[in-house]
Design a protein around this ligand. Structure first.
Ligand code: 9PG
Length: 477
């Protein structure tokens, strides 16, 4: 941890809005009046899974925390942009504070020294884009053409079967739907870490899927949470020494999903790194050339590591590099639940918001529990829109369109908003709808959502929309 840079900005706190960038894919990013309150999640597992437990919002009005970069914007579009210019081994923790009649801005680095810039500008949005693009160049960003993906998660969840995958691929082929990739999500594996053994319900083995998908004309994609280890998994029993430790030296438990907390792999352990390389290489041998690697923040979680000299950012990057090395340079990696800037140059695409869900908003979790990282269409759009400038870092993945009318609480207006805003955000296009649930209108909506678009630049500052303060240029609703 280096000593912080501190600046005093000569502007009244009530005269600026702050644009924050949350820590990882699901963490909230937003544009808000500086004098407002930044939400802090009520439970530790939410801080672990949706914010940065080492740099979470304070719960104090007028204090805003942001990762990598921050912008302060006056009504006329002028203001300041602060940005870390190389995130390979370092986190930058920004805090803007309303301080009497001015604003105090601090930047604290966690990890080795790295260049940080603060620019005073007449055009905050333009400067933000320029600095983002420079960061992307400094880290040799990968932005291959975006793909159109069918993903099993948002309709089959963990009950997905081999037959569901093949039925949908066959129906998509028969309907001439322009998907590039069919991606199997969570549910096929025996446990977190035991990726080579099938779950009881999957009805097959993940290694047998790529050949069948390719025969139908699609590339094959697979989901992994490569840095997570289930408490009851075989991996946990065989290699407890590969796990991130709590202060007392026992394997740490963090987050809460799949009915409880889970362990994280210690990516500074050479044998754990070798295992990660083999894992990615094996998926490639099975015929997958697209991997959705999820819950990646776990490799950067605070804790005791085999090599204590390695920073959290660097430990994360070592794990991600091992996956890239195993999967090959020409494989497509989509990161999810991932520290954002620290992934530049190693991944092809990035989820830039929380999950879409077949409902608009889950107010209890968002408002009462202070956690906007939970799945909802509103949360997904709100955060992905607030990261529009990150399209130079990798292909943004704003998550799936939901075109179906069955098994969904979204109304026509909400479906229209989702379609229009996915178009504004750009990047990957995806769907999870069971093809047989789509009538003519549903198929038409799905086809429109699969049109690749160029990310839009916001025209104005803010707009009150659907309970979210955000900014965008156009939408078809
Ligand atoms: C598989 C899913 C899907 C999905 C991922 C991730 O904080 N949360 O409540 C939370 C819920 C779901 C979630 C992440 C966080 O989903 O984003 O696309 O792959 O895992 O389990």
């Amino acid at each position: 941890m280096t000593s912080p840079h501190t600046w005093t900005l000569p502007v009244h706190p009530s005269a600026v809005q702050v644009l924050t960038n949350g820590y990882q894919s699901w963490s909230e990013a937003e544009l808000r009046p500086l004098t407002d309150l930044q939400a802090r999640a009520a439970y530790q597992w939410m801080l672990d899974q949706g914010q940065d437990p080492a740099f979470a919002p304070t719960g104090e009005a007028g204090v805003w925390r942001s990762h990598t970069l921050i912008a302060l914007i006056r009504e006329d579009g002028s203001g300041w942009v602060g940005c870390l210019m190389n995130a390979r081994r370092t986190f930058a923790h920004w805090e803007a504070r309303a301080d009497g009649n001015h604003v105090t801005l601090t930047c604290t680095l966690e990890g080795p020294a790295a260049p940080v810039t603060l620019e005073d500008t007449a055009d905050v949005l333009g400067t933000l884009e320029a600095l983002s693009a420079r960061l992307a160049r400094n880290m040799a960003a990968r932005t291959p053409p975006p793909l159109r993906v069918w993903c099993s998660w948002y309709s089959y969840y963990r009950s997905v079967t081999m037959a569901d995958m093949l039925d949908n691929a066959r129906q998509a082929r028969d309907a001439g739907l322009p998907f590039d990739v069919f991606q199997l999500d969570d549910g096929f594996q025996a446990d977190l870490g035991d990726w080579f053994e099938p779950s009881a319900g999957f009805g097959g083995h993940a290694r047998d899927l790529p050949g069948a998908l390719q025969a139908l004309g699609f590339r094959a994609g697979l989901w992994l949470a490569p840095f997570l280890v289930g408490p009851r998994s075989r991996l946990r029993a065989e290699h407890p020494e590969w796990l991130l430790q709590a202060e007392d030296g026992t394997p740490m438990l963090l987050g809460d999903n799949w009915g409880g907390p889970y362990h994280a792999l210690d990516t500074t352990h050479p044998d754990a790194l070798a295992w990660l390389r083999t894992l990615a290489a094996t998926c490639r041998e099975w015929g997958y050339d697209y991997l959705k690697v999820d819950f990646l923040y776990a490799a950067a979680h605070p804790g005791r590591r085999h090599d204590p000299a390695v920073s959290r950012a660097e430990a994360y990057r070592m794990g991600l590099q091992a996956l890239r090395d195993g999967f090959g340079d020409d494989g497509f990696l989509l990161a999810c639940g991932a520290p954002l800037a620290q992934s530049i140059g190693l991944v092809d695409a990035m989820r830039t918001g929380p999950d879409v869900a077949p409902l608009w908003d889950e107010e209890t979790r968002r408002v009462r529990l202070g956690d906007a990282a939970g799945p909802s269409t509103r949360n997904a759009l709100h955060t992905a829109l607030s990261r529009w400038y990150q399209h130079t870092w990798y292909q943004p993945d704003p998550d799936v369109m939901i075109a179906r009318r069955e098994q969904s609480l979204l109304n026509d207006h909400e479906r229209g908003a989702l379609l229009g805003l996915l178009d504004v955000i750009g990047g990957l296009r995806a769907s999870s709808d069971p093809i047989h649930l789509l009538d003519q209108a549903g198929l038409e909506l799905l086809r429109r959502s699969l049109n690749i678009s160029t990310p839009d630049r916001p025209r104005g500052l803010t707009r009150q929309w659907g309970g979210a303060v955000t900014h965008f240029t156009r939408g078809t609703f």
